[in-house]
Design a protein. Structure first.
Length: 168
């Protein structure tokens, strides 16, 4: 399992910081808290997290609360920074055809794979591979739709963060 996934499960505030513009501060914080070296670097922090014992993971959960308080004291909203970092993606790629092309290509790939599964005799050993590829392509296709339409999970919270008020 990826070390950032582990952190995401145990310490969501730190994980959010790792995925955005506060990544350096989050790695420094983890290095200082668990390795006694704020300059430990991402590689050493990753090794620590991947080999952490249950007690150390509990300590990571407590460190997440401390990190959240420190950021709050500094007036930094980690979640708002993440939203701000991503909210202009469509505007920044307005002149590029690539997102649209990728969405169309992924849609065509899904259609082709589904067609092949129903109408082409696929060798038995290749079916599992085809299903695996279909799963990956479908996931990326869903991500491309999220790019165009946004996500529904937590939309009200995102609108609150972006606009500073609730929208309907």
């Amino acid at each position: 399992m990826n070390w950032k996934s582990i952190v995401g499960t145990v310490a969501p505030t730190i994980a959010t910081a790792l995925g955005g513009p506060m990544a350096g501060a989050a790695v420094k914080f983890l290095g200082d808290q668990f390795l006694g070296d704020e300059n430990a670097g991402e590689k050493k922090v990753a090794e620590f997290v991947q080999s952490a014992t249950p007690d150390q993971l509990l300590g990571l959960k407590k460190a997440d609360q401390e990190f959240s308080l420190k950021m709050e004291e500094l007036g930094v909203d980690v979640f708002k920074l993440e939203v701000d970092d991503k909210k202009d993606a469509r505007k920044n790629h307005k002149s590029s055809m690539m997102p649209a092309v990728m969405t169309v290509v992924l849609t065509a790939l899904i259609a082709a794979i589904l067609w092949a599964l129903f109408y082409v005799p696929v060798p038995e050993g290749a079916k599992d591979v085809l299903f695996f590829i279909l799963g990956i392509v479908t996931k990326e296709w869903a991500n491309s739709l999220h790019y165009w339409y946004g996500t529904t999970k937590g939309s009200a919270d995102k609108n609150l963060l972006i606009n500073g008020s609730k929208t309907k």
